[in-house]
Design a protein around this ligand. Structure first.
Ligand SMILES: NC(=O)C1=CN([C@@H]2O[C@H](COP(=O)(O)OP(=O)(O)OC[C@H]3O[C@@H](n4cnc5c(N)ncnc54)[C@H](O)[C@@H]3O)[C@@H](O)[C@H]2O)[C@@H](O)CC1
Ligand SMILES: [K+]
Length: 505
């Protein structure tokens, strides 16, 4: 599913109107109908009052249609009409259509005292959407502050009013508890800095033209800026398994993980490699980790280092279909040399995580040794160590894209909505996962999943998109069953089976 800028969304609306021979009013009706359906799912009780706060653009127009539609379902709905500027044509039409419906409308003009809103009412925020042209200021900014100070549950139409859809946040913004985003996702939904403003968000879909056909209309460049991974596409990327397949078919993975005190990282990552479907796994570990590994994880084969506590000398790599390196390896000088040697000798895409990333950050000359199309999986702090600090989420995505392209790498930036930048310049966002996964070892599990997918012959971009999705989905299924608080990394790994099954459905 494509992620478009506000300007591209406007072009898409026009393309839809032309292609389907409908009016803009009919498109607004479509959007508001889909919104109302989602809204009534969240708030099924028509007795609970709903106050729709409408602006004068099409976001306000949506709000007016929503009010009319809720009224026809017998909801106790009223409207506050904020007279911000000139009404858009569809706003005007829908304002007229409110007449005679028995909906109370209160007008709000600059300088008016704030309207009273019953505390149990759901406030529907339809002041501004993607048409926001500048930060909200003056009286209307104070209205936003007033709404934010109320105890009411706030549901945003399309975007919380005041939110910048395509860039860093400037100015006041409604703090929504729930955002029902219309049509296609906007980049702002994925920015960690916007989490508090958006509340939970959901996408409300309705038929729109195909954005991939928009190119000429938006004046060059790609017709979309990023893509949201969705199950229907990813499910189709899963490889089939045949009756005569055997462990050789599914690849032999090699994992360099663990040190004295951090052998758990090797156990978790190793389990994830095989649970993701790789045929064979060999782990390179320091001598003191040998019993730990063999006892807790008998399915793995072990290559034991000459050093008791760290990995220092890593042997022949020729036999392996994929390599994962980094979880728990530490940053000892001898380990730095071991990483250098692996990076310079292996020629296929590999997975680089955790301490291997920190080692590369401390020895930037290593970046050039990384085999092309390898996967790097930094979290934001590791990303900053590698590629420098950025001012905001949008700048970081830009840097992520540039470094992925320049170095020919797949960069997996681990956040709430993990982003994946590819050597071809694409940016993908992942929708699965939950805060319960913020617990020790889940990153090691992701390294294992990715290494396991590469071993099975998935191309690196597909491995990243699938791996991040499956890992997050396994975490979601585990949290559903066990609660977010209870979750351990091993629960994520043990739910990979259900995640695969669900994705194949
Ligand atoms: N495909 C879709 O998703 C559709 C979306 N529609 C809705 O249309 C919205 C966009 O509508 P518009 O483009 O009319 O824009 P908005 O309704 O978001 O706001 C534009 C209005 O606010 C004014 N304005 C902008 N920034 C301001 C500021 N800082 N202070 C004061 N006034 C300001 C503008 O001059 C204009 O009058 C979307 O967010 C969505 O809700 C639908 O109606 C049509 C279909
Ligand atoms: K809004």
């Amino acid at each position: 599913m494509r992620i478009l800028t506000a300007a591209q969304l406007r072009a898409l609306d026009q393309a839809t109107i032309r292609a389907e021979k409908i009016t803009s009013g009919e498109l607004m009706e479509r959007a508001a109908k889909a919104f109302t359906k989602a809204f009534t799912r969240h708030f099924p009780d028509p007795e609970r009052p709903v106050v729709v706060v409408c602006g004068t653009g099409n976001n306000g127009g949506d709000g007016l249609v929503v009010a009319r539609r809720l009224k026809s379902r017998n909801y106790k709905v009223s409207v506050i009409q904020a007279n911000i500027g000139t009404r858009s044509a569809d706003n005007q039409d829908n304002f007229k259509r409110l007449k005679g419906q028995g909906i109370e409308v209160r007008q709000l003009t600059q300088g008016d005292p704030w309207p009273a809103i019953a505390p149990e009412a759901v406030v529907v925020d339809a002041l501004f959407g993607t048409g926001l042209g500048r930060p909200v200021a003056g009286y209307w900014a104070e209205l936003i502050d007033y709404l934010n100070a109320l105890p009411n549950f706030r549901v945003a139409v399309d975007l919380p009013s005041g939110l910048s859809s395509d860039g860093p946040q400037e100015g006041p913004c409604v703090h929504a508890d729930l955002t029902l985003c219309l049509g296609l996702p906007k980049l702002a939904l994925f920015a960690p800095a916007n989490t508090q403003l958006l509340g939970n968000w959901e996408l409300v879909t309705f038929p729109l033209a195909d954005p991939d056909r928009l190119h000429p209309e938006v004046g060059g460049g790609p017709a979309y800026q990023a893509t949201l991974n969705d199950a229907s596409e990813l499910g189709g990327l899963l490889k089939k398994r045949y009756a005569n397949d055997h462990k050789g078919t599914f690849g032999h993975a090699f994992l360099v993980a663990g040190a004295f005190g951090t052998m758990g990282a090797a156990v978790i990552a190793g389990r994830a490699v095989l649970r993701a479907g790789a045929g064979l796994l060999t782990c390179h570990i320091p001598r003191s980790g040998y019993e730990i590994m063999q006892i807790s994880f008998p399915e793995a084969m072990c290559k034991v280092d000459t050093h008791r506590y760290h990995s220092t000398e890593i042997g022949d790599l020729g036999a392996y279909d994929s390599i994962g390196i980094g979880p728990g390896i530490g940053q000892e000088a001898l380990t730095v040399e071991a990483v250098r040697s692996v990076l310079s000798r292996y020629e296929r895409p590999m997975v680089i995580d955790a301490d291997a990333i920190n080692i590369i950050a401390a020895h930037p000359e290593l970046l050039k040794l990384i085999p092309k199309n390898s996967l790097l999986t930094p979290h934001p702090k590791e990303f900053a160590r590698l590629f420098g600090e950025t001012e905001h989420d949008f700048a970081r995505w830009q840097v992520q894209r540039e470094v992925a392209k320049r170095n020919g790498l797949v960069i997996v930036l681990k956040t709430g909505f993990t982003s994946i930048a590819t050597p071809g310049g694409e940016l993908y966002f992942n929708p699965t996962g939950n805060p319960g996964m913020g617990t020790a070892g889940t990153g090691d599990a992701l390294t294992g999943v990715l290494t396991g997918l590469l071993a099975q012959g998935y191309d690196p971009v597909t491995a990243a998109r699938l791996g991040v999705y499956l890992h997050g989905l396994a975490g979601d299924l585990a949290a559903e069953e066990l609660s977010q608080e209870f979750l351990l990394a091993e629960d994520v790994v043990s739910h990979l089976g259900q995640a695969y099954r669900k994705l194949r459905e």
